[in-house]
Design a protein around this ligand. Structure first.
Ligand code: HAM
Length: 427
């Protein structure tokens, strides 16, 4: 049989890599607690219809879809938001608002594999359901900033837009939602000229085209300045003006206490179709790919059969955050536990070595035992290589006096220690 390899686009995580991914996950989890988000677990496999509903054309075509043995059309989740919305319309239908939910896990998209783009990747997802207030949007921005800051990332910038600006203009021009979605996909891919041509063909007015052109050209870091310019550009479109005002309120809340860089881009669109309000993606200068993505989606829960329920959320791309941390040489603060290895000096000592290792683990000291019958010197050099902190050598001479030899593998000092004193010494 030929040697098996991972399927294209799938990855193995060897211990050092798994540790980094889990570290980011752990920090994301700590923040969920800090902000009052409760964890939920939803299935990796969901009905295709649920996942495909508002995901947008691009991701829809990249979903892992299959028919299960019960003849159901199902798919691997490409994100968490649809599953959360499903829960809100079913089991959490009567839950008091706001509902704040956190999930972390793997998601699947048949993307073309390349740097930072995988077919199985990890997201830490926060959803805040039941508030249409700007403080909810601001909180989602704040959590994302807090996570990146806490992980030690520097010079990151939030690209921010508001779907209400573009959709407001297009709606006022009589362009229906389906056609809008098509245009938004083009804008997500920065195909501005093509989008303008399509909008023209859909019968939009000259005023609309001029306004959109201005919007596509407007972007910049001085947030409130850019908002002022945008407001002027969209002055003939009532809901466009309201969207700009909404963004101003959100940014006032989010950036007054916390300082983080923003790039306001009113013509910015994201591939997902469910957004209705603010949308954002954080970037670091070293990577051209977004570290996360989020926004407001006020219609999705209703579309799934629930009460009209406003919601806003974000998914942090854990894999890409790890890449950004590596690029910026940020420290992964993975706690190095003190570890011991217990080595019997000969075969007769194995039982005692086993007993001592159990005793140490009872005291919560991470302890390994020599399991492949190596000589003491070979076992010690392997422990050295693996940066184990202590070796406990179990030999007949010391054992007669109820002792073992405790060797500090960092300082290379060793001493005979009473077995009853061992836990105290190691702690
Ligand atoms: P998204 O922008 O599709 O949003 O994905 C969020 C993040 O997942 C991206 O910014 C990126 O970091 C990561 N990501 C996406 N595709 C890949 C890939 N192929 N390989 C590695 N990482 C990837 C959502 O998923 C929405 N559900 C976010 C949301 C939650 N909006 C509201 N609530």
């Amino acid at each position: 049989m030929s040697m098996f390899k991972t399927v294209r686009g799938m990855r193995d995580f060897l211990p050092r890599d798994a540790e980094k991914l889990r570290y980011v996950e752990q920090v994301a989890r700590e923040l969920a607690v800090l902000y009052g988000y409760e964890e939920i677990l939803t299935p990796v496999v969901e009905s295709y219809e649920l996942l495909a509903a508002k995901i947008g054309e691009e991701i829809r075509q990249r979903m892992y879809v299959f028919t299960d043995l019960g003849d159901r059309k199902v798919a691997l989740r490409p994100e968490f938001t649809a599953s959360v919305a499903r829960l809100v319309t079913t089991k959490l239908r009567n839950a008091p608002k706001p509902i704040k939910l956190f999930s972390v896990g793997s998601v699947y998209r048949y993307d073309e594999p390349q740097y930072g783009r995988f077919r199985e990747f990890w997201q830490a997802n926060y959803e805040l359901i039941g508030s249409n207030q700007p403080e909810a949007d601001a909180e989602i921005l704040t959590i994302t900033n807090h996570l990146l800051k806490k992980l030690g990332l520097r010079s990151y910038c939030f690209k921010i837009g508001h779907v209400g600006i573009l959709r407001g203009i297009l709606t006022q021009e009589g362009i229906v939602e389906e056609q809008q979605n098509h245009v938004m996909q083009m804008l997500d891919k920065k195909r501005w000229e093509e989008a303008l041509t399509t909008i023209k063909q859909l019968g939009a007015s000259q005023q609309c085209l001029t306004t959109l052109k201005k919007i596509f050209e407007t972007r910049g870091k001085a947030a409130f300045n850019i908002l002022k310019k945008t407001e002027k550009a969209v002055q003939n479109y009532e809901s466009g003006v309201a969207a700009v005002e909404n963004l101003r309120q959100i940014l006032t809340l989010a950036t007054t206490g916390d300082k983080f860089e923003t790039l306001i881009e009113p013509g910015f669109a994201r591939g997902l179709e469910y957004y209705t309000g603010i949308i954002f993606e954080p970037y670091v200068p070293e990577l051209e790919i977004a570290l996360g993505g989020g926004g407001r989606y006020d219609k999705l829960i209703e579309l799934f059969g629930g009460e009209p329920t406003p919601a806003v959320g974000v998914a942090q791309g854990i894999d890409r955050i790890v890449l950004a941390m590596k690029k910026q040489k940020t420290q992964f603060k993975i706690r190095e536990e003190k570890r011991a290895v217990v080595i019997p000096v000969n075969a007769e000592m194995k039982t005692k070595a086993f007993e001592i290792s159990s005793m140490l683990r009872e005291a919560m000291i991470p302890t390994e035992i020599e399991v492949i019958g190596r000589t003491v010197s070979k076992a010690l050099s392997d422990a050295d290589r693996r940066k184990v902190t202590y070796a406990v050598l179990v030999g007949p001479e010391e054992l007669k006096e109820g002792k073992v030899v405790l060797r500090n593998l960092t300082t290379r000092e060793q001493e005979a220690v009473d077995i009853n004193e061992l836990v105290k010494k190691l702690k």
